[in-house]
Design a protein around this ligand. Structure first.
Ligand SMILES: Cc1ncc(C[n+]2csc(CCOP(=O)(O)OP(=O)(O)O)c2C)c(N)n1
Ligand code: SF4
Length: 277
């Protein structure tokens, strides 16, 4: 985070746009929106110094509901758009909003390389283990035995483990949050924004329409019983044996973030000069 901060303290409501969310009543994404707005107010940022980039899905509607700059792009392509934006405009605080379909399926390749590049972004994935917007298809994080009209008897395919993949690919900060605890979620988002480099937060955010049984996540979510580690080996062991409901910061690394100025490819201004007609 390196954007100028507000001289007059703003409140979470100052980050809320006039658009009324069209999410189903009870959708977890309402609380994630509240948490993002709280985190931005806690960080004393101003809406004009923040950009929220997303792909497509119910969760990807977030940018329209804030007063920050927003880019609601193409399905699965939020990370490359956000990476370009952050490299060209490093003074902006850039948040990326996604879903498990958008971010791990069509956007899965970009996820690996965003972790590896370590550009200073905060990636918030609202995971409901289903494609909500397109009416309930299984996603990469859907349990293999989840039976639905579209996948009777389940897919039989093992789940993708986003946190392990993020660690193996080089993410510098890895956390899990729960939308049912918006204050805790806001605190984790603020910590992720403050942490330099690529920060990944998996937010368990129930889809009450296609996965009504996820309302029980309230009982399942619990604070991670261990302090964050900076040791990738220890983090890997913890994440591989994780029950999927440990909430908190699970890995905090110290890899220096990508800097366009330090790259042999040259600074963005030099590249722009070279391409000027
Ligand atoms: C190229 C392309 N393929 C497919 C779609 C259809 N589509 C829109 S949203 C979506 C899945 C969204 O699921 P997820 O990211 O989990 O978000 P949720 O709606 O659950 O929040 C799909 C497949 C699309 N818009 N563009
Ligand atoms: S379909 Fe699911 S994810 Fe989409 S708005 Fe409704 S509850 Fe939320």
């Amino acid at each position: 985070m390196n954007a100028p901060v507000a001289t007059v303290a703003l409140q979470a409501k100052d980050f809320k746009s006039d658009y009324k969310p069209v999410w189903c009543p009870g959708c977890g994404d309402y609380s994630v929106l509240t948490a993002i707005n709280k985190a931005l107010a806690t960080l004393a940022l101003r809406p004009e110094n923040v950009a929220i980039v997303s792909g497509i899905g119910c969760s990807s509607r977030i940018p329209a509901y804030t007063t920050c700059y927003g880019f609601h792009g193409v399905h699965g392509r939020a990370l490359p758009a956000a990476t370009g934006l952050k490299v060209a405009r490093p003074e902006l605080t850039v948040l990326v909003a996604s879903g498990d379909g958008d971010g791990y399926s069509i956007g899965g390749n970009h996820f690996l390389h965003a972790c590896r590049r370590n550009v200073d972004l905060t990636y918030i994935v609202m995971d409901n283990h289903v494609y909500g917007m397109t009416k309930g298809q299984p996603s990469p994080t859907t349990e293999p035995d989840w039976s639905s009209k579209l996948a009777p008897g389940g897919t039989g395919v093992r789940e993708f483990h986003p946190l392990v993949i993020a660690l193996a690919s080089g993410a510098n900060f890895i956390a899990r949050a729960f939308s049912g605890d918006p204050n805790g979620c806001a605190a984790l988002i603020a910590e992720a924004v403050r942490h330099p480099g690529f920060s990944f937060i998996e937010v368990l955010s129930p889809c009450v329409t296609f996965r009504p049984e996820q309302r029980a996540w309230k009982e399942a979510a619990h604070p991670a019983p261990v302090a964050p580690t900076d040791d990738p080996g220890r983090a890997a062991r913890r994440l591989m044996t994780d029950d999927g409901f440990n909430i908190g910061v699970l890995y905090k690394g110290s890899r220096p973030p990508y800097s366009a100025g330090a790259s042999k490819a040259g600074r963005v201004e030099d590249l722009e000069k070279a391409f000027r007609l």
